[in-house]
Each structure stands twice: as C-alpha cells, then as structure tokens.
Design a protein around this ligand. Structure first.
Ligand code: HEC
Length: 221
C-alpha cells in the first residue's frame, strides 16, 4: 500500500539529469545525419549516371538508327557531316562485304561466283557480269526473270534474280556500284569498275519497272 504523499519510484526513475537526457536522445536518433547522407550518395550518383547513359543512348539511336530501316544504312556516310560528305571507302572492299551480306548475292551465286548448277547462274566468267555495264546495272537494279543463257548453259528461270533497286532491297547507287565492281573484278573477271554515277543515270532514265527478261536486255546497247 502506498500513500499519495510517498513518491512513486517509477516517476523517480524517469527524472534524468541533463547529461543523461542528451545521451538518451543521441541513442534514440540513431546514426549521425551526415553518416546517412554519405551512405545515400552512392545510389543517387548511380541513378544520375544511368539516366545519363539512357539519355545518350536514346539520342544516339534517334539520330543514327535510321529507324532501323536496313535501306537507310550507308557505310559511306559520315555522321558528323550530316551524311552529306562521303568517306573514302575502297569499293573493292565494300563490294566484297556487300556481296557476302547474308541474303545478298552470295546466298545464290555463292562465294566462289560459280552459282548452283541448274538454278543460280555463275558470275565468274559470265558474259552478263563482265559485259555491258548498261545491262548488268539494269539486272541488279530491277532483277531478271529467266530463262537466261550464261556461259553457254540455259538457266530455266525457276528462281528469279531479285531487284536491289527501289522496288527490292533499295540499295544505294554507291552500294550497287561497289558490289558490281567487285563482281566484275573477282574470280578472274577483268571488266571495268562501275561508278555510282552510272547506276544513278540508269536508275533515273528507267524509272520504275518489273524485272527484265533476257530478250529485253539484249535490246539494250
Ligand atoms: C535470290 C537469289 C539471288 C540473289 C540474292 C542474287 N541473284 Fe543474281 N541471279 C539469280 C538468278 C536466279 C539469276 C538468273 C535469272 C533467272 O534464272 O531467272 C541471276 C542472274 C544474275 C546475273 C546475270 C546472269 C549471270 O550469271 O551473270 C547477274 C550479273 C547477277 N545475277 C548478279 C547478282 C548480284 C551482283 C547480286 C547481289 C547484289 C545478285 N545477283 C543476287 C539469283 C540471285
């Protein structure tokens, strides 16, 4: 039994001195504020760094991806010159790479330039490949539907030569000139190089059309 005049020992205990109070507060506050600040700085910096990387990547893709259209990529364009200036690319090197692009010439005509008997005619020693530029540029721009006679063998035209101009793979004048220069000077072929200007002229003068037939091509120069 405690009488009201006697102080309750629990209240007595809570009576802290100033020093004890300070210590108790410090404990309750936990780590020092600046310690926490240092701990949080690392993820914050990371956030800024990542945001920077994403911003850079997005800007870069927006500017140079060409909307991921395969017909837009042009290895002769200099990005810092707005794509207007032409880099000096050896046409033979560019031509070889273009020829070997999966789905391009190599798929049908083979790396050896020998084609596949009965289906894909050879480019090595072919009178079409090494003959008139006027004809061979037309073949690559618009395609060719057989039958066609190459190196004395008739190819029935069961497979057709696809267009690499606007109606097909939409290759640039530079690409078509480069690949034809390669084709005309590889596998022992010794024909003159093809220039982008020649391709451009034929592209302009022919306009739009479907693939050629052998007879139509033979009427060209
Ligand atoms: C999808 C297969 C295919 C691809 C890809 C292809 N060609 Fe052809 N090409 C043919 C066929 C088939 C013919 C013969 C036409 C026919 O039989 O209808 C032909 C014919 C030719 C000819 C005339 C005949 C000859 O043998 O000389 C040339 C030149 C030629 N192609 C060059 C090229 C070049 C250069 C490329 C790449 C830019 C290319 N072709 C890509 C299938 C292809």
């Amino acid at each position: 039994m405690s009488s009201p005049s006697q102080p309750d020992p629990r209240f007595e205990k809570a009576k802290l001195g100033d020093d004890e109070l300070l210590v108790a507060h410090e404990k309750a506050l936990g780590p020092k504020p600046d310690e926490r600040a240092r701990y949080r700085l690392a993820p914050l910096m990371m956030l800024f760094a990542m945001a920077g990387v994403i911003l850079f990547a997005a800007t870069y893709l927006n500017r140079y991806s060409g909307r991921f259209d395969r017909s837009v990529y042009d290895e002769t364009a200099l990005p810092n010159a707005g794509g207007a200036a032409e880099a000096k690319v050896d046409p033979a090197v560019a031509g070889k790479r273009l020829f070997g692009t999966p789905g391009a010439c190599v798929t049908c005509h083979q790396a050896t330039g020998e084609g596949i008997p009965g289906v894909y005619p050879p480019l090595a020693g072919s009178e079409w490949a090494t003959g008139s530029e006027e004809r061979v540029i037309r073949i690559v721009l618009f395609g060719l539907k057989g039958p066609v006679r190459v190196r004395g063998t008739d190819f029935p035209g069961t497979a057709a030569m696809p267009a690499f101009g606007a109606s097909g793979f939409a290759w640039s004048d530079e690409k078509i000139a480069a690949v034809l220069t390669y084709v005309r000077q590889e596998w022992g072929n010794k024909a003159a190089a093809v220039t982008p200007q020649q391709v451009h002229k034929i592209r302009q003068s022919v306009g739009e059309r479907k693939e050629w037939t052998q007879d139509e091509l033979l009427t060209v120069k």
